[in-house]
Design a protein around this ligand. Structure first.
Ligand SMILES: [Zn+2]
Length: 325
């Protein structure tokens, strides 16, 4: 395990060095100083597709929304592309999940983007977890990254709860109202509509998955904990031993044994996780494997978040044996 941890740290250091080089190469991009545009809609940049979907819902045509991470990327380990710097340089508002979600890749980008507006604490920075006062799960009593745990400040995948998405939409509307007072009412009205849409849908989603209430499930990463709460499911184990740590063979054998003993009903993994390993766990436990999206894809269409959650529910329904539906 010590070797494994060392390997992960080495890989992370290599990744950080590679990213610094890429940023240095990109430092010559054209930026501020170009002719200032006439008043234009604010440039809003979201780190991930779920935040981007909420930003689209709240901003409508009153802002330009860009999203950094691709929907299929692990939000903890996003490939920093040089184009990010151009986007961040022009941003009026940078929306991040916060709670350390982007800790591994966002800070060096912001430091190199030559845009003081989006620095932490500035008026153009919106950390969703804090702004929406999200009650984070699994906040540790003491900070411990000794094993490379990427959830050192609590579980940052809170947008897998539709209620949390609604809280973020309302908080974002309040910030947009400060940024662009002329459209304040429109931002607030769209956020209210987004929250109402979600509130209307949740009971139906719960009914469709009622056979999973109280069921034990296994996930790869602790990505879906908030969603499991919504449907009354219980996390019986994870394929990775700690958030961000690759599993050993010993861990997998123990997990399968534990899952058999606890009567696990479903294995939930993001599409990007290694197929063979996930199938081995599913085969070993005898539970069906459901690949469910972690992010809205595409995120820039009307109702992207609703469609996203709808697809999560559908994926789980399809994975269940007919007798359980
Ligand atoms: Zn995570």
């Amino acid at each position: 395990m010590q070797h494994l941890t060392m390997n992960i740290r080495t890989t992370f250091l290599q990744f950080t060095r590679a990213m610094s080089t890429a940023l240095a190469l990109a430092a010559g991009f054209a930026c501020a100083g170009a002719a200032p545009a006439a008043f234009a809609a604010p440039n809003v940049v979201a780190t991930t597709a779920d935040l981007g979907a909420i930003a689209h819902a709240v901003c409508g045509t009153d802002a330009t929304v860009s999203i950094l991470a691709r929907p299929g990327e692990d939000p903890h380990f996003v490939d920093a592309r040089p184009s990010f710097l151009r986007v961040l340089n022009k941003a009026d508002l940078l929306i991040e999940g916060g709670a350390d979600l982007e800790e591994g890749w966002l800070p060096p980008l912001v430091n190199n983007a030559r845009n003081a507006k989006i620095h932490p604490g500035a008026s153009g920075r919106f950390a969703a977890a804090a702004e929406a006062r999200i009650a984070l799960r699994d906040v540790p009593v003491t900070l411990d990254r000794s094993m490379g745990d990427v959830h050192a400040h609590g579980n940052p995948h809170f947008l897998l709860s539709p209620a949390n998405a609604a809280l973020v939409a309302r908080a974002l509307a309040a910030r947009m109202a400060l940024l662009d007072p002329a459209n304040a009412d429109a931002f607030r009205a769209r956020a209210a509509r987004f929250a109402a849409d979600i509130e209307t849908r949740v009971p139906g989603w719960k009914t469709r998955l009622s056979s999973l209430r109280g069921a034990n499930v296994i996930t790869y990463h602790r990505s879906f904990d908030y969603m499991l709460d919504v449907f009354g499911m219980r996390l019986a184990g994870t394929i990775e031993p700690k958030p961000g740590i690759e599993p050993s063979g010993t861990h997998i054998v123990a997990l399968i044994e534990q899952a058999r003993n606890s009567g696990t009903k479903l294995i939930l993994v993001e599409p990007s996780r290694p197929s063979r390993l996930c199938e081995r766990v599913a085969h070993g436990t005898g539970a069906p494997l459901a690949r469910i999206p972690l992010m809205p894809d595409p995120p820039n269409v009307p109702d992207a978040y609703i469609r996203f959650f709808e697809s999560i529910v559908t994926s789980m329904e399809k994975a269940l044996p007919p007798s359980r539906q």
